[in-house]
Design a protein around this ligand. Structure first.
Ligand SMILES: [Zn+2]
Length: 60
């Protein structure tokens, strides 16, 4: 059953080339494990990718 769940993970690619899985509903900014730049920022409780991060795919 599909609902408006926020329990999704994103696979994102950083500008430095690192790929990592992040929790899309994280309430705090997620940073790259390699170069430490922010990959997401939280706006109104919703995570948004920064311009340094590219969404590779959404993981259910
Ligand atoms: Zn990086």
């Amino acid at each position: 059953m599909k609902g408006r769940t926020k329990s999704k993970f994103w696979r994102v690619k950083c500008a430095c080339g690192n790929e990592q899985n992040i929790f899309a509903a994280a309430s705090t900014a997620v940073t790259c494990l390699v170069c430490n730049i922010p990959l997401t920022q939280s706006r109104g409780g919703v995570s948004q990718l920064t311009d340094k991060a590219t969404l590779v795919k959404t993981l259910e």
